[in-house]
Design a protein around this ligand. Sequence first.
Ligand SMILES: Cc1cc2nc3c(=O)[nH]c(=O)nc-3n(C[C@H](O)[C@H](O)[C@H](O)COP(=O)(O)OP(=O)(O)OC[C@H]3O[C@@H](n4cnc5c(N)ncnc54)[C@H](O)[C@@H]3O)c2cc1C
Length: 496
Amino acid sequence: MTNPALPSGYDVVVLGGGVAGCVLAARLSEDPGRSVCLVEAGPDYGPRQQDWPRKVLNARALPRDDVWERHTAFYRIRARVLGGSSCINGAWNTWGSHADHAEWTRAGGDRWSAAALEPYRLKAVERMGLRTPPDDELSAWASAALVAARELGHQEVDMGACGLPGYGRPLINAVDGLRFNAAFAYLDPATRSRPNLTILGGALVDRLDVRAGRVHGARVVLDGERTTLTAGTYVLASGTFGSPAVLLRSGVGPAGDLKENGIHCEVELPGVGANLSDQPGVFMPLSPTAGLNAALAAKEADGKLYVSRMLVRAASEYCPDGAWDLHLLPTAGPPLFGSLPPGEYEAGISAFLMKPLSRGHVRLRSADPLEPPEIDPAFLTDPDGRDVAVLRSGLEKAQALAGAMRALAAPADGAPPHALSDAELRGRVGTYWHPVGTCAMGPAGDPRAVVDGQGAVHGVENLRIADASVLPTVPAANTQLPVLAAAEMLADALRA
Ligand SMILES: Cc1cc2nc3c(=O)[nH]c(=O)nc-3n(C[C@H](O)[C@H](O)[C@H](O)COP(=O)(O)OP(=O)(O)OC[C@H]3O[C@@H](n4cnc5c(N)ncnc54)[C@H](O)[C@@H]3O)c2cc1C
């Protein structure tokens, strides 16, 4: 039921204007009788592409300007801008397996099944303008990888839907090389013109005022001034690193950690900041032939060089039937880190571990909202070493794919990555940037659970969370489309 508008407040305040926050603000403000305020720490560049910095829009690179921390460990990179990480990400979209949905329904109920989420997935696909990239957006490397995957016996599959292992083209939210982010998709001029929607850019959420199991206000630093926003319902959407940090500063979390930071424990929830799960990967570099370099240079000259447009969902021997636990990602183009002389490119195949067992954490270093939290993804640390074994299996499969593409790139010098020692593999590990799980959903009796299947925070009456942090396990997918669909569903649950 809709709360009456408060004279000095809103019906709903959405805290964090990223992928999920944009969905929530747009959907919740569809009812003109509900006043909604969206609060984002980073800038709001507005609804028109021409007003955005070109660098942020460039879908051929991963921009690093509007981020929380510069010059930091790669796995800490996250956006600080209206539109969130959809403004700095790879702009491609895939969906997970039935095994992922089985995990989510066990934690959150039937609304998390593949069938129940399907209408929300379709809504997100439409609103984000997702499309399958045509042949002329494929580099010679991506085209060769499609052929090689077929020759190796993989099936062609729809990457944007729940299905089977196989190869295919992820759906893209970019047109003419420009990234179409969640702010464009959900906060278009018509949505922004709603009198019941307020958008605050440059507004840092410090903490929530939690007393007696209720939120009484959101303390925000807006244009350098401290202010308190009040609402009937508060929805956290500050992402996998931001949402637990806000909760912890608000006194909701593990009592011991709160005490260490001098924060009074209002609601003890040991799961806040625990259970961090991200997908590690290792890049297998190859040496492009002169022919491949020339083909990539010609594409770049045409303005159509995309680093990748295809991937393979593969299954290790540890994976349940019908699912996959690996992505093999062939890439070719300017290097992600560093640079090469003109006319030379980096080519290779990454293997990503999609269903890691290892779990890390997000913890506060202090109660100061300006101090970034401690983030430890704990890659490849599960006690039985299964994550390393699956990753090694992925690198063997990547090696086989590379073998089928050797006319375009030769093996690089040195031992192939799958033959490296465990310690060497750990030293080369990167991330797919899909962290989840730090405010995981689960039943109230589960000490690790932070929210229920509707995103309602256990023990706090009028507080919900609706971003990537609620997913208890990472899907065998890139997370943008699953987070968009989950936010669509959780917005509906809030309206019901
Ligand atoms: C470099 C990179 C590449 C990626 N590539 C892909 C890809 O190609 N495909 C894919 O599917 N996924 C990709 N992802 C993941 C995808 O972008 C995320 O899963 C998705 O953005 C998560 O949405 P979210 O709403 O949970 O968080 P976000 O989109 O990160 O939004 C969180 C928002 O909250 C704001 N916020 C945080 N704390 C506060 C605070 N205290 N006060 C106010 N505002 C706050 C942030 O500034 C941000 O705007 C990538 C991510 C990164 C970082």
